[in-house]
Design a binder for this molecule. Structure first.
Ligand code: ZN
Ligand code: ZN
Length: 251
C-alpha cells in the first residue's frame, strides 16, 4: 500500500529531521504502507530538507518519495511554476484550497460561506479544480472536493458540475488523490465522495491513496474505509511516481 500525500513539517509543527521522518516511517510500516510520499505545503518549501530526506531514505525499509503540495491560485502562475520545479520531486500535487484567494477549509474563519451563495461558491470552487487539473503543472489533483469539508452543501443538485469536473480531469490525464483526511473533518467522508469517484472511474481516471497526515499517528489513517471504497468502485491499482515517471501498483 502507498500513502502519497502527507506532511512532516505540516503547518510548521516540526522540522524535517531524519528522526521526524523516521517516526512517520515507523507508523507506515506498522500499518502496511510500503511506499510513502512526503508532500509539504508549498509555503513550507524552505523547510524541506532534501539531505535529511535522503538520509532517512537509507535508514528505513519504507520506500520514500519526495513531492510537494502546491496551493493552486489563479494569478500566481509564476510562483507555482517556481515552487513546483524548485526541488527534485518525484511528483507534484496541485490542490485547490481557495476561491478568490480566500481559504475554504479554515476552521477558525468560515466567513466565505456566509459571503457567498453556496451553489455559486461550489461553482467557483470546481472551476478552479478544472483549471488546476488542466494547467499541466501537476501530476496529482489533491482532495478534489475539499469544498464539502464543513458540510455546507448547496440546496441545488451539483451532479452536472461534478460531471464537468470529471470530464476536465479525464481530459487532463492527471491522477486523483483519494484522501482519507475528510474522515477527520466535519464532513466525515473521504475526498472525493463515492459519487465523484465513480465518475472518475467511469472515465478511466487513475488514483493514488493518501491520509494527508499532519502527524505520525495519522499515517495510513482511514484506509479501513478508503480501501474498500476504491475496490468497490472498481479500482484495482494505484499510481506510484519516481522522478515524475508514473508506474502502477496492484491494490
Ligand atoms: Zn490540501
Ligand atoms: Zn495536504
Amino acid at each position: 500500500m502507498i500513502d502519497y500525500h502527507l506532511h512532516v513539517v505540516a503547518h510548521g509543527d516540526r522540522p524535517m529531521t531524519v528522526e521526524n521522518i523516521l517516526a512517520y516511517c515507523e507508523v507506515a510500516q506498522e500499518r502496511g504502507v510500503l511506499q510513502m510520499g512526503i508532500t509539504e505545503h508549498d509555503r513550507y518549501l524552505d523547510e524541506i530538507d532534501v539531505a535529511a530526506f535522503q538520509e532517512a531514505r537509507e535508514k528505513t525499509d519504507v520506500e520514500l518519495r519526495l513531492g510537494i503540495e502546491i496551493d493552486f491560485v489563479p494569478g500566481k502562475e509564476e510562483r507555482m511554476d517556481r515552487d513546483s520545479t524548485a526541488l527534485p520531486y518525484d511528483y507534484v500535487i496541485g490542490s485547490v484550497h481557495r476561491v478568490d484567494g480566500e481559504e475554504v477549509d479554515r476552521v477558525t474563519d468560515q466567513t466565505i460561506y456566509e459571503k457567498w451563495d453556496t451553489y455559486r461558491l461550489y461553482e467557483a470552487y470546481y472551476a478552479n479544480v478544472r483549471e488546476a487539473a488542466l494547467c499541466g503543472r501537476f501530476d496529482v489533483l489533491g482532495h478534489p472536493d475539499l469544498i464539502k469539508i464543513f458540510r455546507r452543501f448547496p440546496q441545488r443538485d451539483i451532479t452536472e458540475m461534478l460531471e464537468d469536473t470529471a470530464d476536465a480531469v479525464s481530459k487532463s490525464g492527471i491522477v486523483v488523490d483519494v484522501n482519507a483526511a475528510g474522515l477527520r473533518k466535519p464532513v466525515g467522508e473521504i475526498y472525493p465522495s463515492r459519487k465523484l469517484l465513480e465518475m472518475f472511474h467511469r472515465r478511466g481516471v487513475p488514483i493514488i491513496l493518501s491520509s494527508d497526515a499532519h502527524a505520525p499517528d495519522q499515517v495510513g489513517m482511514g484506509y479501513d474505509r478508503s480501501l474498500p471504497l476504491v475496490r468497490d468502485v472498481g479500482y484495482r491499482e494505484v499510481v506510484t511516481f519516481s522522478e515524475r515517471e508514473r508506474s502502477t501498483l496492484a491494490l
